[in-house]
Design a protein around this ligand. Structure first.
Ligand code: BES
Ligand code: MN
Ligand code: ZN
Length: 486
């Protein structure tokens, strides 16, 4: 879908569908009001009404979409309204549409960005493996013209940012939705190489299983041992040549399928464990977005990738794994594998001497008990970093909420027979996992985002979410990275 920006008024522009975003409790323009019964459209959030102006206004069809009251309006509402609109336009099989942005609700660039993200995410579907679909089922809207008021340049800049970020989220969704068989660690590495080819500012390096063994990636190797698909370590670097810019490492869990290993998971729901590379998918999306935005930062995306399978070569409960850092892990449960591969990824990140390490992972089922599917859990060794991330989450709608990393939690992951153990019991399961990880980040500012509850939705509630992969983590972290250069 193409999104263009130009000045204009939706009622005066010829269009197959003109989208008018309208506030609750405010009068519609007279020509529009004359086309409907007032009680049929009040402007409640995401309410829609289609009317046919028949020459009273320029568009063939006019789609009203509610924004709710002006007082409560937010960028999130704009994104949702845009997503609602594009789904309706698609349903009408209209090749193109115009959409006028509401005026007087603050920063024009931010409104343009929110609209573009809503359009791209609302239009997202994963149809790769569906066959025999009819043309009306696969139909996609070709182009949307965003009509801006006086600030056309600012809106255009915001729309460009929204496209960069929206495309990053869509990339992450595609990777999460793809079946495990088609994104084994070597295939995931191929995707990184492809990203490097699309984004010339991104340099990609892949460590194969031999290189991993040479370098001593004991955690990645242990978890990957049981699978016929060998593990990989993926490095995607952007902005290494920039001077006087912050360096941030973004580390993502790339567990391409988590069967649990010898501590095998129950059959129910195991199919959704193809989403266990959601953290790495977010890293792909963030790297894409940062490169497309051309942010003045040095960003290093790091992805330890393995498949957790039961076999005669699997790592066992009771094994002791020597990680890249030299620190040892007592394996008490092979299903707590994320922290084992991330231990290597976090240690590797230290060689960049980064200003911050942000790690994303579908790490614990316990986080769904704590926060549901509503927010990502944020844990950090640095309060300023935690605050900045939570605030970026609120701004973008890709929400994060903080959990503590107090000393007691670090005690809970100590082992009698190794340095740490990969299982600390049910109590505070998400936090002990976070404390485990923090122990591998050295003295660097570190944040852990547990996206197990947000990376995948069986019943999406927001119009810009779709069933399956959500791309959570992309918007919150990209917004944080943008804030570094403001
Ligand atoms: N990948 C899972 C966590 C997960 C659960 C992600 C639900 C997405 C949705 C992780 O590897 C895992 O299996 N965690 C175990 C840890 C336990 C064995 C300590 C869990 O949460 O049950
Ligand atoms: Mn697991
Ligand atoms: Zn896992």
């Amino acid at each position: 879908m193409n999104i263009d920006v130009r000045p204009g008024n939706v009622l005066e522009e010829d269009a197959a569908v003109g989208v008018l975003l309208a506030f609750e409790g405010e009068a519609l323009p007279d020509v529009v009001a004359s086309l409907l019964e007032a009680e049929d459209f009040t402007g409640k959030p995401n309410q829609t009404l289609l009317v046919y102006p028949k020459g009273a206004a320029a568009p063939k069809r006019l789609l009203l979409v509610g924004l709710g009251g002006r007082d409560g309006v937010s960028l999130e509402r704009v994104s949702q309204a845009a997503a609602t609109a594009i789904r309706q336009v698609r349903g009408l099989q209209a090749e193109s549409a115009t959409m006028e942005l509401p005026a007087g609700i603050g920063d024009a660039a931010a409104v343009g960005q929110a609209a573009a993200e809503g359009l791209l995410l609302g239009a997202y579907r994963y149809l790769v493996h569906r066959t025999g679909m009819k043309a009306d089922e696969t139909f996609e809207v070709g182009s949307v013209v965003v009509l801006a008021g006086t600030d056309t340049d600012a809106v255009a800049a915001g729309v460009a940012a929204g496209i960069a970020i929206g495309d990053g989220v869509r990339l992450a969704r595609d990777l999460v939705n793809r079946p495990g068989e088609l994104k084994t660690p070597p295939l995931l590495a191929d995707e990184a190489v492809a990203l490097g080819q699309r984004q010339s500012a991104v340099t990609v390096t892949i460590f194969d299983e031999h290189r991993l063994a040479e370098e001593g990636f004991g955690g990645v190797i242990a978890v990957g041992k049981g699978s016929d698909s060998p593990p990989r370590f993926i490095i995607m670097e952007y902005g290494a040549d920039l001077t006087d810019v912050p360096t941030v490492c973004v580390v993502g869990k790339g567990l391409t399928f988590d069967s649990g290993g010898l501590n095998i998971k129950p059959a129910d729901g195991m199919e959704s464990m193809k989403n266990d590379m959601g953290g790495s998918a977010a890293v792909f999306g963030i790297v894409h977005a940062v490169a497309a935005l051309g942010l003045p930062i040095h960003l290093v995306g790091l992805i330890p990738s393995a498949e957790n399978m039961p076999s005669g070569r699997s790592y066992r409960p009771g094994d002791i794994v020597t990680t890249l850092s030299g620190r040892t892990i007592e394996i008490l449960n092979t299903d707590a594998e994320g922290r084992v591969i991330l231990a290597d990824g976090l240690h590797y990140a230290q060689r960049y001497e980064p200003d911050a390490i942000i790690e994303l992972s579908t790490l614990t089922g316990a986080v769904i008990i704590a926060l549901g599917n509503v927010a990502t859990a944020v844990m950090s060794t640095d309060q300023e970093l935690a605050d900045a991330l939570v605030s970026a989450g609120t701004t973008t709608g890709d929400r994060g909420w903080q959990l503590p990393l107090w000393d007691e939690y670090y005690e809970m992951v100590k082992s009698d027979i190794a340095d740490v153990k990969n299982l600390a019991g049910r109590a505070a399961g998400s936090i002990t996992a976070g404390a485990f990880l923090a122990g591998f980040a050295g003295d660097y500012k570190f944040a852990h985002l547990d996206i197990a509850g947000t990376a995948w939705l069986d019943s999406p509630k927001k119009p810009y979410d779709s069933k399956g992969g959500t791309g959570s983590g992309v918007r919150i972290v990209t917004e944080y990275l943008r804030s570094l250069s403001n």
